[in-house]
Design a protein around this ligand. Structure first.
Ligand SMILES: [Zn+2]
Length: 151
């Protein structure tokens, strides 16, 4: 278990932001595995980081104080102490983002292909469903762009 795998996704992201914004100050090395720091947030928080036993790390912010939670302040301190891990984290996030975009693109192509296979009746049912659940401007825009008359 590492600091990153012990922390929630949102703590990792926000910790990364804090690290990037240089909110970690007064880093002190106690030994190869233990560090302390002060991280500025709404106020200053005291962080104790234990690389060997991540869950023993502490922070006196409201989220982590007295609990075995790896908060964004602990993550930010970790990135400051092990800059390569911040680089790896950033690369991994970029890779995941790219994978997700590729997936979205492929999925969009699949939807278009599927639309081409649907009957007119099925398409009308789907469009009515969209009008019912989409924001109202989509319906209004449809009327504006099409010559809808009484029939
Ligand atoms: Zn904290």
């Amino acid at each position: 278990m590492s600091i990153i795998t012990s922390a929630s996704g949102s703590s990792c992201w926000r910790g990364f932001d804090y690290y990037k914004c240089k909110k970690v100050r007064n880093v002190k090395k106690l030994n190869n595995n233990e560090y302390t720091s002060v991280v500025s947030g709404n106020q200053d928080y005291d962080v104790y980081l234990n690389l060997e036993h991540p869950r023993k790390s502490t922070c006196n912010c409201p989220l982590a104080n007295g609990k075995r939670i790896i908060c964004k302040h602990i993550v930010a301190t970790y990135f400051s102490v092990v800059p390569n891990s911040a680089k790896d984290f950033e690369e991994e996030q970029e890779r995941l983002q790219q994978e997700y975009e590729e997936y979205e693109e492929k999925q969009y192509e699949n939807v278009i292909k599927y639309l081409h296979k649907m009957s007119k009746k099925e398409l009308i049912e789907e469009l009515v469903y969209v009008f019912d659940y989409a924001p109202e401007w989509i319906y209004a825009d449809f009327i504006r762009r099409n010559d809808v008359k009484d029939s």
